[in-house]
Design a protein around this ligand. Sequence first.
Ligand code: FES
Length: 141
Amino acid sequence: MPARSSASRRTVLRGAAAVPVAGLALAACGPGDDAQGAAAPTAPVDLGAGSEVARGGAKLYRDHNVVVSRDASGALKAYSTVCTHAGCPINELRGTTLVCPCHGSEFDAVTGKVVRAPATEPLTELPVKAAGGRIIAGPGA
Ligand code: FES
């Protein structure tokens, strides 16, 4: 019965058409999922009063993805707090240790160096200066 055989084939093809939809869901996973579009300043940014960063201490400016530290001599250092592992914005500062929420990497806010994996690259240093009692950080500062 040739007519019946033809109908069976159409049914099979119709069922196969639904398969590629499952592939779309898989495509959404990737390293960019953690990054959330975090970015450090691309121009000088006024972070606030210089007195907010004590000697030997550090302050995290979450809104700008910057950390500023001050050494014992009073010199300032600034780093991007976009994690060098997969690009998450670092949102926690414990003393002078930055902790990334995504996979637990830790960085020294004074040197920018990795103190805990999985990150392997140090934080990106940014230009920083004190001007008029304010802290200015970012390229061109
Ligand atoms: Fe993976 Fe920060 S993005 S530890």
